[in-house]
Design a protein around this ligand. Structure first.
Ligand SMILES: [Zn+2]
Length: 390
């Protein structure tokens, strides 16, 4: 009986909560204060970072840094990229200090700095040869933009394929989910069966996030044979098996709805326009590595201004995965809406999400719909009884 009573109490409290606060999440007052403080700071930081990056490139252009470097192509490219990365370090340090201060991260400074070095070295290892090849092509071929576009798309697909296999293990430890959570596999297979798909256990991984973080998360990554669903170990420590099923159902939605290949396809189309525009902007200078700052300024501006569109698309995919989750959990949880809303609340609280995000900030920065909105949707959604294919 006590289980029934607990459930009814929980249901009543969620229902009361959802009616009393249409537009905000309710954590403890202390958590609310922390969430508002932290998110105000990280959101401001995002815009400061963008402004800082653009201002720095403008300065590099004004001071003609690229033509003052007495060296040849690849060195000029490496030097410009190094200046930009090092100039971003103070803001990167501040971002990590916030994550530490508010308890989202428990990663020590030594480990963090090592990750920062690895991340930048990896970025440079990909970017420098690519840029050098791009400039070499621009010197030799008239319509270089078509070839640069084709090369960029190929590299993007290769990177998406390789990240889970070669890059992610450089930053975190992964193990097959079945190693420590074999009992979860049949429960997750139940979800797969409801969803009418087969996700083999070899495609399910556990990430040791708890070494560095207190946040709760799960994600889909990879492409083709590297495609996989990853659950953070913090998720297993925080959520009940039924709630983990819900998280898995959401990720299964991304998996079934082919969100990674669709994202890649869309990015390829956007890149076609972007690289053609770059071709027009650079004109005759295109073959000279000293024009790199001009190209970077163009990319930084377009990148910043396209954030609302990119994040809007991401929020739409997340909403599709939420619908998939509710349909897949229909019949597996006593009330799939309440269940999803509970998971949203726990994750928002653990990750200190802003309880009342500004709608403008949401449209510019949020890659997921705000949790309050996702909870409202889950609580009012009536399952169609079939899985929706988009
Ligand atoms: Zn998602």
């Amino acid at each position: 009986m006590s289980i029934v009573r607990t459930f009814l109490l929980l249901a009543a409290s969620v229902a009361a909560w959802s009616q009393s606060t249409q537009d905000e999440l309710r954590y403890s007052p202390e958590r609310m204060r922390m969430a508002v403080e932290l998110r105000t700071r990280t959101q401001t930081l995002h815009f400061v970072e963008a402004g800082w990056n653009i201002a720095l490139i403008v300065l590099i252009l004004r001071l003609r840094v690229a033509s003052r470097i007495r060296a040849r192509g690849v060195v000029v490219i490496a030097a410009i990229l190094a200046i930009i990365a090092v100039a971003a370090l103070p803001l990167d340090l501040y971002r990590h200090s916030l994550a530490l201060r508010y308890g989202l991260s428990i990663q020590g400074w030594g480990s963090w700095l090592w990750d920062w070095i690895k991340g930048n070295a990896l970025g440079a290892a990909v970017a420098i040869p690519l840029l050098a090849a791009g400039f070499a092509l621009a010197r030799r071929v008239r319509n270089w933009w078509i070839w640069v576009w084709a090369g960029t798309v190929a590299v993007m697909a290769a990177v998406t394929f390789l990240v889970p296999i070669a890059v992610d293990p450089m930053f975190n430890h992964f193990r097959p989910l079945s190693e420590r959570h074999a009992d979860l596999i049949p429960k997750l297979e139940q979800v797969s069966a409801r969803a009418g798909l087969h996700i083999p256990p070899e495609r399910m991984f556990e990430m040791e996030a708890s070494e560095k973080s207190r946040a709760v998360n799960a994600y889909l990554t990879g492409f083709g044979s590297s495609k996989r669903i990853v659950l953070w170990d913090t998720t297993m420590a925080t959520l009940t098996p039924q709630q983990i099923q819900t998280v898995f159902a959401h990720e299964a939605g991304h998996y079934v709805l082919q969100h990674v290949p669709k994202g890649l396809a869309l990015a390829s189309i956007a890149l076609l326009f972007l690289i053609y525009a770059l071709y027009r902007v650079l004109g005759r200078d295109a073959g000279n590595p000293a024009s790199l700052p001009k190209a970077l300024l163009f990319l930084a501006l377009v990148g910043f201004l396209s954030e609302p569109a990119v994040n809007g698309y991401s929020r739409w995919q997340e909403h599709q995965a939420d619908i998939f989750e509710l349909e897949a959990m229909n019949g597996l949880a006593p009330d799939e809406g309440q269940n999803s809303a509970q998971v949203d609340l726990i994750m928002a609280d653990t990750n200190l999400e802003h309880p009342r995000p500004n709608p403008l900030v949401v449209s510019w920065l949020y890659d997921h719909p705000p949790s309050a909105k996702r909870m409202r949707f889950a609580l009012h959604y009536i399952p169609a009884g079939r899985l929706i294919k988009f």
